[in-house]
Ligand binder design. Sequence first.
Ligand code: ADP
Ligand code: MG
Length: 665
Amino acid sequence: MAEIKDVKGIGPKSLSLLNKLNINTVEDLVTHYPFRYDVLKRGSLQETEDDGHIIIDGKVESVPILMRFKAGLNKMNFRFVTPSGVVGVSIFNRAFLKKQLEVGTGITVIGKYDKKKNIITASEIKMGILSNKERIEPVYHCTSGLTNKNLSSYINMALLMYGREINDYIPEEYLEKYQFVNKRTALNIVHNPPSMDKLQDVINRLKYEELFAFMFKINYLKRQNKLNNKGLSREIKETDIKKFIKQLPFSLTSDQEKAVSEIIEDLKAPHRMNRLLQGDVGSGKTIVAFIAMYANCIAGYQAALMAPTEILATQHYHNLKELLKDTPYHLELLTGSTSKKEKQQIYENLKNGNINFIVGTHALIQEEVEYNNLGLVITDEQHRFGVNQRTNLQNKGYMPDILYMSATPIPRTYALTIYGDMDVTIIKERPKGRKPIATYVKTNDEIKDVLTMMYEELKQNHQVYVIAPLIEDNENSGDLKSVCHLKEQMQLAFKDKYNIDIIHGKMATAAKDLIMQEFLQNKIQILISTTVIEVGVDVPNATTMVIFDANRFGLSTLHQLRGRVGRGSAKSQCILVSDTDTKRLEIMEKVQDGFVISEEDFKLRGHGDLFGTKQSGDMEFKIASLRQDYKILLQAKKDSEEYLKNKDTDHKELKEKLISGILMN
Ligand code: ADP
Ligand code: MG
């Protein structure tokens, strides 16, 4: 298939900007879906209030007169004929439009209408009139240097050139059954919607496709797991495990004990373990994983622990190293930034069995890595990994037992769908002595209090997280807070006393890891972030979490964010800033249990915000949402099961396409 750089109009500069948005292939580009649509509905001069917002189309009636001011500013005036009368239009700083605004040209003007003067001060002029009284405009996630307009034109050019080559993951029989349009048409419509009805149909079709491919993978894996259910059985002496547990700095909660014994039973049994360990943030899943790794090791096998980020992997490595310091066992850390030389050494020692424990990122499942006798694989924060990543090890010909850990409280019915045939262990109880995280709901008027509360903590050398819903301010964001804007405000408020930095999802992994590392080392005192704030990381010195526009988030998301603090011995607090929806937010003041909160959310918002802060890995969809599209998911599940059951020779090509997707990534 063609590469992005082959798309007409995309040069090296645009290419790197696109990569910044994680658009690396033509398929990525054409499936960079709008996150919103603006509907431009034609208004009339009579019906618009004085100083009211207006969108109106018509024809340019007089040659625009251009005035230039100091500092490069300019203004253009022209007369404009609309179906509801003639009106004057002024627009600032669009001198470049002058050529296009010839007399008689059809345009759409968006702006504010001054009734007395009969003038529209335009914020925007779009070429062309509105057909059908309305125009639907896709709005994309952009990055600085790459506008909505650029994206739209690149996407359309890519569709024009390569639209036929884009994979359609819906088998023909289902395309027919549901009377879905083909992929190319669907993409054309989603990026250039002619009407809301057509758009909705196509969105459903694309959601179905995404969920079909997802469920196909899950069902395929389920089938493979069943076929290769034979696993390792090992001898493990209870007394050895008890001895190890006894020397821990704390005693296990009874839920942790139960989880340990279920896992040990799995390790001993001849079937392959395929278990999900679910527990609220801070419930202490990591130690359970370490004990399982230890048990596996004394039975003579290697264990691998995989974390979604380098920083989390590094943290696990140090903790495990501490636990193993009086044992003869050998532990290593393998991540993207391990030097080439060290890597070679580690590969060699993994292969010859000198390494007993390996902790790392998905560097652990790269092609070059070979194990001697891999017995157990654990993935932390499993919702952050793709199905693809989690199957790679199995596909290397190893048959290790597998444990997934996740902090996302998912109701059982959902878990059963998404996790196929895994066994599920739940840790409900929190370690003893954990202080609740004092939670306060504040309004924007009380911002001074909030800053004071932050300052009190900063003075004690503690650190603060600040969360906002947006990365940058944009014209449509209204009063919503953005990370960049808050950084300026915080810098004003705290002068140069503290180091303030930002982190968000559009940053490269290495940059994010670096910022997290600096926060962990207290080189940054105030970290401002969108909700992508790294999962799982323990920064015990961070005692305060401030969440702006808290009403924008589901309770479960708020709970996950709150779980970033309260990890050390110091008292912690979480401040939710919002002027509206305070009743719902007050639940957070009273409840500390993630499962209870998830249920409250469920009651309040229908499906609730079940998947927490970030739907990454196998739950990251481009257009579908597990929460909102559960019905489509169930249909896709049923269809993909049926499809997979058909004779293997059927639909060979599509199956290969779907399965190669699983193996390749
Ligand atoms: P999570 O389940 O969110 O991954 P962690 O495993 O990171 O939680 O545990 C959170 C903190 O609680 C860690 O600092 C860990 O050492 C501590 N911890 C775990 N289990 C216990 C326990 N039984 N008693 C006291 N502290 C514990
Ligand atoms: Mg964890």
